[in-house]
Design a binder for this molecule. Structure first.
Ligand SMILES: Nc1ncnc2c1ncn2[C@@H]1O[C@H](COP(=O)(O)OP(=O)(O)OP(=O)(O)O)[C@@H](O)[C@H]1O
Ligand SMILES: [Mg+2]
Length: 318
């Protein structure tokens, strides 16, 4: 287990006219290797929750254990926040606003420097991180961050976090405000990071179609509480409740619902577009006595429809 959260409560501006109870008795265990998606309506407490995990917000009530570090409201013993932040890397929404050094190299080196590493180790980590986010090290290391495109800046900001080699990487709305190709780059970067550096990843997203492409577990926040905590494919058994909470459901499920309402018999377990296609082809074969190969159709359909997307992700169930 990486992170255990017990009975966490949090109130902003307590005892003032602006008092807001942002978290109400949150209990959650995040396991090593989880690829966790967090969704929930605006103001449901997602950002407040994750900012507790690296000590940016102090625990008021309840407790959190991150690896061997305990976070409570007790004044003593003080938690080792430096160690905590080296374990838990946090990429905020619009992280590019936090770039401040004059070169890409210096910005990415900032975190590792604070960890007190040797110059050689810092160099290695900076180079590795810049390349991991898909930028050419020699070409970009001396560039000023403000000269880069929005998507590139964001990747530099993410490089600065992964250069600290966190065991858990948390990203708050990592694709917000990017164009479709910038989004795709960040999504495939996150998937790549999962494989190459952070064994545990937590992503907050408003885009349900995006998050179902990679998360293997989904947690839904509603009004400061954890409403659901389910394996990705199981969550949408609660689709009625999700809609009532003001959440979107995946496009594939919406299309499947429409088709079923028109009398087309489709199997269960449809969440992604790939699932939908599979069930449509199966239904077609059954009705017409044909034997069309799903995988061949899938290839041509997704090549056409999602030319930018990461094919392996779309087909991850196969
Ligand atoms: N710094 C703050 N001071 C006072 N209230 C705050 C502060 N930050 C958040 N809140 C309130 O706490 C509640 C939870 O906010 P939070 O930012 O955690 O929600 P969220 O789920 O991340 O929302 P979003 O999807 O809009 O980012 C909201 O009611 C919000 O208005
Ligand atoms: Mg938020």
């Amino acid at each position: 287990m990486s992170i255990v959260v017990k009975n966490l409560q949090f109130t902003y501006s307590a005892n003032s006219p602006y008092e807001t109870r942002a978290l109400k008795d949150v209990n959650l265990t995040i396991n090593e290797g989880d690829f966790l998606g967090i969704v929930g309506h605006t103001g449901s407490g997602k950002s407040t929750f994750i900012q507790h995990l690296n000590g940016l917000i102090r625990v008021q009530e309840g407790e959190i254990e991150v690896f061997d570090i305990k976070l409570t409201n007790a004044k003593k013993p003080k938690p080792d926040l430096r160690k905590l932040r080296s374990h838990v890397g946090m990429v905020f929404q619009y992280p590019e606003y936090q770039l401040f050094e004059e070169t890409v190299y210096k910005d990415v080196a900032f975190g590792p420097k604070n960890l007190g590493l040797s110059q050689e180790e810092i160099n290695d980590r900076v180079k590795e991180a810049i390349e991991l986010v898909g930028l050419d090290y020699e070409k970009y290391k001396d560039r000023a961050p403000f000269e880069l495109s929005g998507g590139q800046k964001r990747r530099v900001a993410i490089a600065g976090i992964i250069a600290m080699k966190p065991k858990v990487l948390i990203l708050d709305e990592p694709t917000a405000g990017l164009d479709p190709s910038g989004k795709e780059q960040i999504l495939s970067l996150i998937k790549n990071l999962k494989e190459k550096c952070s064994p545990t990843i937590i992503v907050i997203s408003h885009d349900i179609d995006e998050i179902t492409r990679f998360a293997n577990r989904l947690v839904v926040f509603n009004d400061g509480k954890v409403a659901f905590d389910e394996p990705m494919k199981e969550l949408f058994k609660h689709q009625q409740e999700l809609v009532e909470m003001g959440l979107d459901i995946p496009l594939a499920i919406k299309i499947a619902n429409e088709l079923k309402a028109k009398g087309i018999k489709l199997g269960e377990n449809i969440v992604t577009m790939s699932d939908l296609l599979r069930e449509i082809v199966i239904a077609y074969n059954k009705k017409n006595g044909t034997n069309i190969d799903v995988s061949k159709i899938r290839k041509s359909v997704f090549n056409f429809d999602f030319s930018n997307s990461n094919q392996e992700e779309v087909f991850k169930d196969e």
